[in-house]
Design a binder for this molecule. Structure first.
Ligand SMILES: C[S@@+](CC[C@H](N)C(=O)[O-])C[C@H]1O[C@@H](n2cnc3c(N)ncnc32)[C@H](O)[C@@H]1O
Length: 254
């Protein structure tokens, strides 16, 4: 996948490019990351990319000229049809499904804002989509871009080694992940669940699915949709749990 990021702080991205899953994906040519700095497209000697907002008020705004130039430059380097995605607290909420859709594309341009954001005319005419990583405001779009890149990169075929798998992670199958344990068998007086030591792969798979289901119902009941229920085969215990949960929520509503 061919990723482009527009940012006035390109150095921040070494946090993800040098190590870990993304570093490995870049080394193995599963992913390429190209950084474009709007300052290189400013036409004054200070490489200014911000200006005072019309109408007054605090803060500065990223001015249109260098932003449009840098977006055009990124588009010319990216593969044809690459979307320009603006990191914005006002965008739609980024989630696993979106990460999956982006991972299925071969090129993407992520635009990180700073200051009070980018001149609205740039957003209207040069941005294809706006995505937020949550209902809070950060000082810049670099961390949101890195969050999105990480979530996307781990879904690319061949980016995770054999020992890791995004398939079992939370949200991949519509549920949260099951609990995990490693050595020692007993830690601080607490023993690993017996079934995980049994060597019975079918029983282990069933236990994991049950745990994942119970966790999802307890922690994120809104994820337990009819679609999910059609996909997984519930055991009698799970059906009882679901019936209990539904009764409790309908009692609460009445
Ligand atoms: C200080 S913020 C600007 C916030 C803007 N004035 C507002 O209230 O909507 C600067 C930049 O950080 C990025 N940013 C901040 N919070 C974000 C979030 N939750 N998701 C994605 N990007 C965010 C955006 O790129 C934004 O242009």
């Amino acid at each position: 996948m061919d990723l482009h990021v527009i940012s006035i702080f390109p150095g921040m991205f070494s946090a993800i490019t040098d190590e870990g899953v993304i570093g490995r994906a870049i080394k193995q040519n599963v992913l390429s990351l190209t950084l474009h700095n709007p300052r290189a497209y400013a036409d004054d000697k200070h490489n200014t990319v911000d200006g005072r907002p019309y109408g007054g008020g605090p803060g500065m705004v990223m001015t249109p000229e260098p932003m449009v130039k840098v977006i055009k430059a990124a588009r010319s380097h990216a593969k044809p049809g690459a979307k320009v995605v603006y990191m914005s607290p006002q965008g739609k909420r980024f989630d696993h499904q979106t990460a999956k859709q982006f991972a299925a594309t071969d090129s993407l341009i992520l635009l990180a804002g700073r200051y009070e954001g980018i001149d609205e005319r740039v957003i209207e005419h040069h941005v294809d989509e706006e995505w937020s990583i949550g209902d809070f405001v950060l000082s810049g779009g670099e961390l949101p871009a890195m969050v999105m890149i990480d979530a996307i990169a781990r879904l690319l075929p061949d980016s995770l080694g054999n020992r890791e798998s995004a398939e079992q992670d939370s949200f991949a199958q519509g549920m949260l992940d099951c609990p995990h344990y490693a050595r020692p068998e007993t830690f601080a007086g607490q023993k690993v669940p017996d079934v995980l030591l049994s060597g019975d792969h079918q029983a282990i798979a069933q236990w994991r699915e049950q745990q994942a289901f119970v966790r999802t119902l307890e922690r994120r009941p809104e994820l337990v949709t009819e679609e999910l229920l059609e996909k997984i085969k519930l055991t009698d215990d799970q059906l009882d749990l679901l019936a209990e949960y539904r009764k409790a929520t309908s009692d609460n509503l009445n």
